[in-house]
Design a protein around this ligand. Sequence first.
Ligand SMILES: [Zn+2]
Length: 316
Amino acid sequence: MRALLAIILLAASGVAAAAEYPALQSKITPLKVTARVYYVQGAPGVASAANEGFNSNAGFVVTGAGVVVIDALGTPALGNALRLAIENVSKEPIRRVILTHYHADHFYGLEALKEAGAEVWAHEAARDYFGSGEAERRREQRSRDLFPWVDESTRLVRPDRWLGEDTEFTMGAVRFEIHHLGPAHSPEDAIVVLPDEGVVFSGDILFAGRIPFVGEADSRQWLERIDVLLKMRPRVMIPGHGDLSRDPARDLALTRDYLLHLRATMGKAVEDFVPFEEAYAKADWSRFANVPAFDAANRVNAYGTYLLMERELLRK
Ligand SMILES: [Zn+2]
């Protein structure tokens, strides 16, 4: 009944106004990090119809001369709810959105922010995502799994500005640094550093409190990037998923230990010519089996890592 109502509302309104979804709107509650920095936090685990696609985080910075948003959440309705939440906090215009990476759970909400006047920035390594057909394939999958929140009319908004390596700018009272850390979780991984606030938006380099989505990621470089993040010693790290961290060294440990475990078990299997199925069945996953998103993500992560370790072995 609820789904049917949502379909009717979507059909009637095009992009659903968040005000029509009281349950959804109430979940988009900005949490204050510093005087100028806020974020909203999605549910643990993977995006699903049950959590209405709200499983990732997004942040925003009120600079005094406009609002800068980091990531845009995973559905058009969520993007709209984020916009309304920002407008409740500040009357400054939403001027810019910086995407940490072009994964479906972080950018399907862009449309509403663009309509508010924001310019979208992302690293140029995301061009392949659009050029390869991956963007459309992912939307088809999301249309099945997240209907009616995502369907074939969901716009895949591209950046207005493609970024090269590292970029800096100042807006109002806030200095921003954008560092390219990919390829790690994705080719285009970017982090947003606010040096004067002591805050880093890490995107999906850090998954707090859940099994990361690894898939085809380059876990060798991802581990190196975790070390880069640790050396920055931020006071606060806002991850792509999960709780904000005031102790990044501790909270990066789960992501790091999990990647190391995947690489050790799958790497050994590849070296010993053990087929994937057998290696997966034999591996000891008990340390991670109770962590959120394990059931949804572990097998595909292990398989992607198995293929990666084969490629790494061939290069040796
Ligand atoms: Zn993500």
